[in-house]
Design a protein. Structure first.
Lengths: 306, 284
């Protein structure tokens, strides 16, 4: 097990949540995937996608989860949104268990936690009108009056900055940024407490990233949400989050308030990620991602590898 | 991919209509029109034995001549179009109504149940449509109804297969994950997301299956196992004319051309629709 893990005091001071119950709590969560057998004599290899994650998120907090692709970020999201079951460990949202529940038992979770997905091209059904896409969580929640639904959809469209006449259009008639707005509107529909965003801007043009980030910023502020924001890009996370968890090989290697993390990164991998942000000063200072890679590997040398 | 100006909503792009689709649609349209005309008008009373000479070549009075039993060939062709379309519609209907739900079910049930569906599908697939229809005809007697249902049952596996394959890819998309995260149950996902998104492939499959059904019906009628004597069918006409192939070749040629025409028409329509409805051409 890694010796280099530094845990930020949870909930950490200065956030004003010190006395509140965590809205989301993960206790030693693990998820293993069995690979196909390579030999008859050896057991099938196991991939530990999430390997003992502990986490507490206070209500109203904005937590970023950063890590390279394959570090287990997406698996972790699937686990805490009840779309996948952990191999072991506990996941609690508002004190209620998420793991080990059937999808029918998780109906309350759908109204508490909503997701925004990475690819706005594939996260909206191409054969559905915007009205039906945004109303889907409402229908699932049992809101049967069509008039009431439409009213709500129009309000949601306004709150994500889309024109009212977007309601009768199909997803392919929108740009990537606009689709992500539709996605956010859908997530807001059941009035959730927690918004989970899985790389919401990585598939977008750089020119519209800031707009979507600001939108997420605004709705989290305006609707008083707790945000779980996953990205491989630290600079994006810095923009919206007040605490960051750095994930590597299924484990959190460092969890710290955003500014602290940037000012004084403890783990070599965090340093590498920060160095990977293309900035002028980093380039002038000669600190490149490549130069830091060796340092990370040295520090990670003691870790178990599959 | 994305528009630089955020507020601009792009207009729906029209997809190109290809030549194959047009030719196929025209050929099929002629068959449909022929069948429709036969409902209100035929040159002679249906299947009536006329007081005229047998084996007449096409002439002014009898446009496509007369057959062995002194019946008007043109009238039979018109009526035969009706049988052909009916057989196609019923056979494809039976196949799609059973095959499509089976395919979606197989795609959505990951474990042994999905395997069971697909393996029994494979067993059914091992029987050629014609063989199955002959078996049915042997048990229930030869009639248009038995032929239609038998051809339909034999076509189920191809629908189940096509549906399952594309349903699997639909189920892997983020919008299905989004629907699950929104709290939709498996039935709602199947009906609201999977079905509309596999529909285009099913339509293509249907038009190809239609052509196969027409051919199978003609073959059955030719073997004397499908449509019985006294009812109009192109395959039946071929069967009755084969003994006079040399003396009256038009009696074989005319229904032969009609069959080839409709099979070609539905195949072209299927090909054209495949290109027209290709999801890869969509959105981008």
């Amino acid at each position: 097990m890694p010796a280099c893990t530094r845990w930020a005091p949870i909930p950490h001071p200065g956030m004003g949540h010190a006395m509140t119950e965590p809205i989301l709590k993960l206790t030693d969560v693990r998820r293993e995937f069995r690979r196909p057998r390579t030999s008859l004599r050896t057991p099938p290899p196991v991939v530990r996608a999430v390997n003992g994650v502990n986490l507490e998120v206070a209500p109203g907090e904005r937590l970023g989860i950063v890590g390279e692709s394959g570090s287990g970020k997406s698996t972790l999201l699937r686990l805490l949104s009840g779309l996948d079951q952990p191999t072991s460990g506990q996941i609690e949202v508002q004190g209620r268990r998420v793991d080990g529940q059937s999808s029918r038992q998780l109906k309350w979770l759908r109204e508490t936690m909503q997701l925004v997905f990475q690819d706005p091209m594939s996260s909206l059904d191409p054969r559905m009108r915007v009205r039906d896409i945004i109303a889907e969580p409402l229908v699932a929640a049992g809101m049967s009056a069509a008039g009431k639904r439409e009213e709500r959809v129009v309000t949601l469209l306004q709150s994500v900055g889309l024109p009212k006449d977007a309601i009768d259009r199909y997803p392919h008639q929108f740009s990537g940024g606009q689709r992500q707005r539709i996605s956010v509107a859908r997530a807001l529909a059941p009035q959730p407490k927690i918004l989970v965003a899985d790389e919401p801007v990585s598939a977008l043009d750089v020119s519209v990233r800031a707009q979507v980030l600001n939108l997420i910023d605004n709705v989290v502020e305006g609707f008083d949400l707790t945000l779980i924001f996953v990205s491989h890009d630290l600079s994006v996370v810095r923009h919206v989050c007040d605490r960051v968890a750095v994930m590597r090989r299924g484990e959190f290697v460092e969890v710290a308030p955003t500014e602290e993390l940037f000012a004084d990164p403890q783990h070599a991998y965090t340093k590498q990620l920060i160095a990977a942000i293309p900035t002028l000063s980093a380039a002038l200072g000669g600190r490149t991602a490549a130069a830091l890679a060796d340092e990370v590997n040295q520090q990670a040398g003691g870790e178990n590898r599959d | 991919m994305t528009q630089p100006i955020e507020q601009e909503i792009t207009r729906s792009r029209r997809r190109p209509i290809n030549a194959t689709l047009i030719v196929g649609a025209v050929l099929v349209g002629v068959i449909v029109a022929t069948a429709a005309v036969s409902l209100v008008w035929t040159p002679q009373a249906p299947m009536r034995v006329l007081s005229t000479e047998a084996y007449q070549r096409p002439n002014a009075e009898f446009w496509l001549g007369t057959d062995r039993l002194r019946r008007d060939v043109f009238t039979q062709i018109l009526l035969g179009a009706r049988t052909t379309l009916l057989v196609g519609i019923v056979a494809v209907g039976v196949a799609a109504l059973i095959g499509v739900p089976l395919g979606i079910l197989a795609a959505m049930s990951a474990g042994w149940f999905g395997q069971l569906i697909m393996r029994s599908n494979d067993i059914l697939l091992a029987f050629p449509a014609l063989l199955l229809a002959i078996m049915f005809a042997a048990i229930y007697g030869g009639s248009t109804q038995v032929a239609m249902v038998a051809i339909g049952i034999a076509t189920i596996p191809s629908f189940a297969r096509v549906t399952r394959a594309s349903a699997l890819s639909v189920l892997r998309t983020e919008y299905v994950t989004a629907a699950r995260a929104a709290g939709r149950g498996p039935v709602a996902i199947a009906v609201r997301h999977v079905l509309p998104n596999v529909a285009s492939l099913v339509i293509v499959q249907a038009s190809v299956a239609f052509a196969i059904a027409i051919l199978a019906e003609a073959a059955l009628a030719y073997l004397g196992l499908g449509t019985p004597t006294g009812q109009p069918s192109w395959g039946r006409m071929l069967y009755e004319a084969q003994s006079t192939l040399r003396s009256a070749p038009h009696l074989v040629l005319i229904p032969g051309i009609a069959i080839a025409w409709s099979v070609l028409g539905f195949n072209l329509l299927g090909d054209g629709l495949r290109d027209y409805l290709d999801p890869k051409l969509e959105d981008r």
